[in-house]
Design a binder for this molecule. Structure first.
Ligand SMILES: Nc1nc2c(c(=O)[nH]1)N=C([C@H](O)[C@H](O)COP(=O)(O)OP(=O)(O)OP(=O)(O)O)CN2
Ligand SMILES: [Zn+2]
Length: 123
């Protein structure tokens, strides 16, 4: 795709990761100040006449959902899957790609040093 736009959002939440050795630090409940980025794309022919892939302002619906569903929540209570950054990125993609068909990638950061992304093949 020729055009890509991204918008960044933030939320805070706790989690614990199942399936790790008991002494692994992430097996204990702990929290992160998460950063999440949505990437949307369009080919030249699909750019809106105004010159947008999609108006950034329309992504405010995602912020509303984030604040009500994830912010200051315990992610193990919210998600059916283990709340790793990878699983979260894929879950958010599945949840929002219907609303935003231009969605190409979801990126999640748990710490300033780490990023996980979900980008279906071909996107
Ligand atoms: N591939 C993944 N690895 C880890 C995930 C994950 O979601 N995907 N999650 C965690 C923990 O939840 C947490 O993010 C800790 O990460 P880590 O970078 O290991 O923690 P630190 O900040 O303490 O690491 P430093 O080495 O001190 O910077 C773990 N792994
Ligand atoms: Zn963690």
């Amino acid at each position: 795709m020729a055009f890509r736009i991204t918008k960044k959002f933030e939320f805070s939440a706790s989690h614990r990761l199942a399936g790790l050795a008991p002494e692994h630090q992430c097996a204990r409940m702990h929290g992160h100040n998460y950063v999440i980025e949505l990437e949307l794309g369009a080919d030249d022919a699909d750019l809106l006449p105004v010159g947008f892939v999609r108006d950034y302002g329309e992504l405010s619906a995602f912020k509303v959902w984030l604040d009500s569903h994830l912010d200051h929540r315990h992610l193990n209570d919210v998600m059916d899957e283990n709340p790793t950054a990878e699983n979260m990125a894929a879950w958010v993609y599945r949840t929002w790609s219907m609303k935003f068909p231009e969605l190409t990638c979801v990126r999640i950061s748990e710490t300033p040093k780490t990023w996980a992304e979900y980008r279906p093949s071909g996107q």
